[in-house]
Design a protein around this ligand. Structure first.
Ligand SMILES: Cc1cc2nc3c(=O)[nH]c(=O)nc-3n(C[C@H](O)[C@H](O)[C@H](O)COP(=O)(O)OP(=O)(O)OC[C@H]3O[C@@H](n4cnc5c(N)ncnc54)[C@H](O)[C@@H]3O)c2cc1C
Length: 350
């Protein structure tokens, strides 16, 4: 394998992990980040769940999330970020679900994921803050929670310790392609990777790549004071928006809050992080349905997901010397190390 010089645009979780894995493989890298610090994009504004279960299982994002879950566990030991293992309970308030759950369970297990039916009365005894209306529950193992900002900070430090450069306050506007090489501000690269979130499309056009259609969805999340050691998400048979992951009630790794959310609202502008009062109320009422206690917002925040539309799956386009990464929607934080390995594998072969 020949040593390459790779320019990466975007210091979100995807760009940083691509840099890290490239450095581990002996390549030289520079990461360009338009902001002065980390976490301005979706990578700093998400729910921090390292997922294991993503449907449809046949999608690229599901496969990369399952692999990413494993890789986070391996890489976090060297990078030094905390991952807290938690169970997830998929609960339902409908009697019909008792039947549906058996099929769902078989389906989940087929993919090697540990899942069991739980007696809903036992669950309510263990977690007395849950509503009495819960009729059925599936326990899924293999989830983790992380502090996204801590992951970004420690990962960026590892990148720099391995000899990579992160150029902050450096917005890439122009990429010159000549003789199979790419140039950013006079620096020459064998490959450039566009990992710029919503901006990947705009940059891709400049390198001759036609981007897929994309839409943006804002997710409001609420930190509350009550604490628990598991994720709770509701399974519903109706009103399912296939672009929304439904959200849940999620612990943090430092057990200082529970996150309710995210909500789901289409927005025109991928940088529209504003939070309206009715969005907060919508998230509260959605997740309070699972609780028998009153909860109060401690902090409200939001992030915007970039969704390839209508087919909500990840798209990688290789057009040497450019690689463009499109639509890294949830569970992109989980999938990032697997996305990095996939991109590196493919550019090392091509
Ligand atoms: C509300 C919400 C909840 C989520 N919850 C989860 C979850 O629990 N678990 C999970 O696995 N995933 C979750 N996700 C998804 C996850 O956050 C994203 O998939 C992931 O963070 C995308 O990372 P990224 O690096 O592709 O993009 P980003 O984090 O957006 O990074 C792109 C970077 O590129 C920079 N940039 C843009 N243009 C330029 C330019 N021209 N020059 C230089 N730099 C540029 C930006 O400043 C930014 O730092 C959630 C997302 C949202 C919005």
């Amino acid at each position: 394998m020949s040593i390459m010089r790779i320019g990466i645009i975007g210091a979100g979780i995807v760009g940083l992990y691509i840099g890290y894995v490239a450095l581990l493989n002996g390549h030289n890298i520079d990461i360009f980040e338009k902001e002065g610090g980390l976490g301005s994009g979706a990578s700093g504004n998400n729910a921090g769940v390292i997922h294991i279960l993503q449907t449809p299982f046949t999608s690229l994002k599901s496969q990369l999330a399952i692999r990413g879950n494993k890789l986070h566990r391996i890489y976090s030991r060297n990078i030094g970020y905390r991952m807290r293992r938690v169970n997830a309970f998929l609960v339902s308030r409908s009697n019909i679900h008792k039947l549906v759950d058996r099929f769902l369970l078989r389906y989940i297990r087929k993919y090697g994921i540990n899942a069991t039916m739980i007696d809903s009365d036992d669950l309510k005894r263990s977690y007395p803050f849950l509503t009495k209306k819960i009729k059925s529950a599936i326990k899924v193992e293999g989830y983790y929670v992380v502090d996204p900002l801590e992951v970004l900070i420690k990962l960026s430090k590892s990148v720099e310790d391995l000899g990579g450069t992160i150029k902050f306050n450096h917005e890439v506007e122009y990429i010159e392609i000549s003789d199979g090489k790419a140039f950013i501000d006079g620096l020459e690269y064998d490959y450039i990777v566009l990992a710029a979130g919503a901006d990947t499309s705009r940059l891709a056009v400049k390198t001759g790549i036609k981007p897929p259609l994309q839409k943006y969805a804002k997710g409001v999340m609420i930190k509350t004071e009550f604490l628990a050691d598991a994720i709770f998400a509701e399974l519903k048979l109706t009103n399912r928006n296939k672009y929304s992951k439904g959200g849940g009630i999620i612990p943090t790794p430092y057990q200082d809050a529970m996150i309710l959310g995210p909500g789901f609202r289409w927005v025109e502008d991928p940088y529209d992080n504003r939070i309206a009062e009715d969005e907060v109320n919508e998230v509260l009422s959605n997740f309070m349905r699972l609780l028998s206690i009153e909860v109060y917002p401690k902090k409200v925040f939001s992030g915007v997901r970039v969704i390839n539309y209508p087919r909500d799956d990840y798209i990688f386009i290789f057009n040497k010397p450019t690689v463009a990464i499109f639509g890294i929607d949830s569970p992109g934080f989980t999938a990032a190390p697997a996305i990095a390995e996939e991109i590196l594998k493919r550019i090392s072969i091509k």
